[in-house]
Design a binder for this molecule. Structure first.
Ligand code: MCN
Ligand code: CUN
Length: 797
């Protein structure tokens, strides 16, 4: 159990305090970008390409300009005059804002219509005539690498192929040697499907350029307001919009999940339009545009191999990846690591050698490689290692739980140095799996399964015992466009002892307004309800890199604790002065300093409120007045949360409908700030893990047409499809984090898919099926069984 040291009134760490922000959300008082209504606002709508690859012969705007309310149609040629037609991606690639010659993917922005009403802009969009000359699209990433494939990124000088980068890590020769000599080698080819975030709120902005003051206020759906301000300054600095002239405000966000990290062309076009016309311009994507055109994740083709002994000792792993990045390398790759954190793919297991390599390729698909509740490619890595571990267990005829226990990194091995170069901070994998197995009655389930198999019933049990890696920085390894990845907290305590705290991160639903306040409450003893948390306004918040990669707790959360401790140091000095004792004679107990041994003598202690008041009214000579502190935290290492998940499925032998009967998730994110918030994160994340495991995948035909670009056929699971998630914790604090916390936001999405896939494959074990790619659908099972010749007679016979 998590210990709460503070009282309910203070609500420090470990309290399931109700989320402060929910009051306004449940009362319909949230304030989202579309709620920003400025006088004179114009509306923007975007013309998009029906082709995946085509030359633009002509754009005729005559009819569009006749539509009532339409004021302007912006094309790539218009932006070119101001050199605003290209922009950098967050990962130092480049991307068109609007094309001048060629479109590179279906649904790409081709022109923008500005009108006095939303509907005028939409009608204007329909009236723009674009003449295209379609070309043969390159859709398959393997074909994109063939020597005769057309070179797609002709904008890149000297580029002779579609290859973006090659990356490798680990011990190539040693690993090869082990593979050549090992008793057992298993290998599977896997595809982690291209998927897309489905936030309740789509992306959008209001760009408000004030000509007289040459100042831009940009209200937008962004997870990283400061970084975006810097990118806008990079794109538009040359027309006078330098960083001090730009204010980015990210109001309430209705879900981000990584999809609101990148800079989208729509934002830049809206800025350009407002800059040219001098009025606010609002752009809000519709649902289909969101699904078809921005922020695509995953799309990793992985060959995973494991070498081991006949009795279950893992000796080495090898993984080879082909990453389909679509038209541009958009955002998921932290600077030093082009594959993000894929190299966490040696997992929770202790073996000396591994080798991983990846190649990334351009295709005529929308920008890919974007984060989606994944902590930068961890989802892909975890899927590969957890699937191949099960494959190995199957090969040697051992229980997958037994193989995991045999190979786990033991708790006394931390800090653990992985063969791919990470230093895992802490963990207790044995305890986690034991707890999960007890919760499901693992042995009982295996017995039940054996009975059912005799009757031809399909029941499967799947495990996933994963290690996550979250909290970028450290700044020596991570940056965005050169800006080092630290994060910040600023605390101002007012004379009456109430505080306002501002952060460089930006919540999209994670509950920061509550949980940051709890961290400060824990450290200072000011009740969390008296601490107002603000994020998302670059004019007021200290510079930070934003919220993604479950980094807020590991970075800004740490900054909050340290800034609060700076204030506690100041409080000690003031208390010593007020009580006329030396600082060393004082003891701290949440919310007050008292003279040693005199805890219960009222006149021998000073509460934090009294001390803060004195900081403004009666502070020691020579001390700065006021009670404020700021801290920029650069973590010494990442944090390594982990989890042990067990999934039980039943498959209908006639229809192959898959029913997730039970799903137990034991997470370890170190010390927990708010158990209820953390559990909420796990519930949502598990459903987002169920999504690619059984439902979600974006499918393109050979011409690059998206075949399931609406929610009619892109299947987002809801509460109806979700089982009743059973959750629990083990607590292994991070030794380097000031409050021992690790991130938790992405763990469930990362850990769930292989548990589900492993369960389904386990159910099909009697029929010789060793692997199925996610999403695993009833049809895929039907096809696989048919190929094995199993369906010639009924399974239940
Ligand atoms: N928390 C806690 N104890 C811990 C760790 C976290 O109580 N030991 C709490 C935190 O205080 C915070 C929440 O859990 O309120 C998530 O914290 P953290 O794990 O640090 O993650 P971030 O705040 O950085 O959120 C990012 C993460 C990511 S990367 C995606 S993607 C995602 C996710 O959070 N997107 C979300 N969860 C989401 N939840 C909602 N509702 N909406 C999104 O868009
Ligand atoms: Cu990996 S998606 Mo979240 O980092 O915003």
């Amino acid at each position: 159990m998590i210990q709460c040291k503070t009282s309910k009134e203070i609500s420090g760490m470990g309290h399931s305090m109700k989320r402060k922000e929910d009051d306004r959300f449940v009362h319909g008082k949230g304030h989202y970008v579309d709620d920003v209504k400025l006088p004179g606002t114009l509306y923007m709508d975007i013309v998009r390409s029906p082709y995946a690859y085509a030359k633009i012969k002509n754009i005729d705007t005559t009819e569009a300009m006749k539509v009532p309310g339409v004021l302007a149609v912006v094309t790539g040629r218009d932006l070119e005059k101001y050199n605003l037609h290209w922009m950098p991606t967050l990962m130092s690639d480049t991307q068109m804002v609007l094309p001048t010659d060629t479109v590179m993917y279906q649904a790409q922005e081709v022109a923008a219509v500005i009108a006095t009403t939303k509907y005028g802009a939409r009608d204007g969009r329909e009236a723009v005539r674009v003449e295209y000359e379609p070309m043969k699209a390159v859709v398959d990433p393997y074909k994109a690498l063939e020597p005769d494939a057309p070179v797609l990124r002709t904008d890149k000088e000297g580029k002779k192929d579609n290859h973006i980068w090659h990356w490798e890590v680990g011990q190539k020769e040693e690993t090869e040697k082990i593979f050549n000599e090992a008793e057992v080698v298993v290998k599977e080819q896997m595809h982690i499907p291209r998927i897309h975030v489905s936030s309740i709120e789509t992306c959008g902005c209001v760009a408000d350029y004030d000509k007289i003051n040459n100042h831009l206020t940009m209200y937008m759906t962004t997870q990283a307001p400061h970084a975006i301000r810097t990118v806008i300054a990079l794109v538009a600095g040359h027309v006078g919009l330098t960083e001090e002239k730009i204010r980015v405000i990210s109001p309430d966000i209705g879900g981000g999940f990584g999809g609101k990290v990148p800079v989208y062309p729509g934002y830049v076009i809206a800025i350009a339009a407002s800059f040219l016309i001098g009025k606010p311009v609002k752009w809000i994507e519709d649902r289909s545009e969101n699904l078809q055109a921005d922020s695509f994740a995953r799309d990793y083709h992985i060959t995973a191999e494991m070498a081991g002994t006949k009795d279950g000792k893992i000796l080495a792993t090898r993984m080879k990846v082909l990453a389909d990045h679509g038209y541009t390398d958009a955002s998921a790759n932290p600077s030093k690591f082009p594959t993000g954190m894929f190299s966490i793919g040696t997992g929770s297991y202790d073996y000396p050698h591994a080798f991983m390599e990846a190649d990334a390729v351009y295709t005529n698909k929308p920008p890919g490689g974007v984060a989606y509740r994944c902590s930068f490619r961890v989802t892909e890595a975890v899927h590969a290692i957890e699937r191949i571990t099960d494959r190995y267990a199957l090969e040697i005829g051992k229980d997958p739980a037994a193989v995991r226990f045999q190979n786990f990194i033991q708790k006394d091995q931390f800090p653990y140095h992985s063969p791919t170069g990470w230093e895992y901070d802490s963990g207790d994998y044995v305890q986690g799996l034991e707890k999960a197995m007890k919760a499901v009655d693992y042995d009982g389930l295996r017995k039940e399964q054996a009975e059912k198999r005799k009757k031809g019933e399909l029941m499967g049990i799947g495990l996933s015992t994963f290690t996550e890696i979250v909290g970028a920085g450290p700044s020596k390894d991570f940056d965005i466009l050169g800006i080092k990845m630290f994060d910040s907290a600023e605390i101002r305590v007012h004379p009456t002892g109430k505080a306002i705290a501002r952060f460089g991160t930006k919540s999209q639903g994670q509950g920061h307004e509550t949980t940051y306040a709890q961290i400060i409450a824990e450290e200072l003893g000011i009740p969390a309800s008296n601490i107002q948390v603000e994020e998302g306004d670059t004019d007021t918040a200290p510079y930070g890199l934003g919220t993604y990669a479950s980094r807020s707790t590991p970075t800004a959360g740490a900054a909050a604790a340290i800034a609060a401790r700076k204030l506690r140091d100041k409080a000690r000095k003031i208390a010593a002065y007020l009580l006329e004792v030396s600082e060393d004679d004082l003891e701290w107990e949440t919310g007050k300093f008292y003279v040693k041994g005199m805890k219960d003598v009222p006149e021998k202690s000073k509460t934090i409120q009294e001390i803060v008041f004195a900081a403004y009214t009666n502070h020691p000579q020579g001390m700065e007045a006021g009670f404020e502190a700021t801290h920029y935290y650069d973590p010494p290492n990442l944090t390594f949360p982990s989890g042990a998940y067990i999934c039980v499925v039943d498959i209908d032998p006639e229809t192959f409908e898959i029913k997730v009967r039970r799903f137990v998730a034991i997470d370890d994110a170190g010390n927990i700030i708010n158990p209820m918030v953390a559990q909420g994160q796990v519930h949502g994340g598990l459903t987002q893990g169920l999504a690619p495991a059984m439902y979600e995948e974006l499918i393109y035909d050979e011409d690059g047409n998206i075949l399931n670009g609406t929610f009619m056929d892109y299947l987002v699971p809801t509460a109806v499809e979700s089982p009743s998630w059973e959750t629990g914790h083990t607590v292994t604090p991070s030794p380097h984090h000031p409050i021992g916390a690790k991130g938790i936001g992405e763990s469930p999405t990362v850990g769930a898919p292989p548990a589900i896939a492993n369960a389904i494959v386990d159910a099909l074990k009697p029929y010789g099926i060793t692997h199925l790619d996610i999403p695993i659908t009833p049809y895929k099972i039907f096809k696989a069984l048919k190929e094995k010749g199993v369906l010639d007679k009924k399974i239940s016979e």
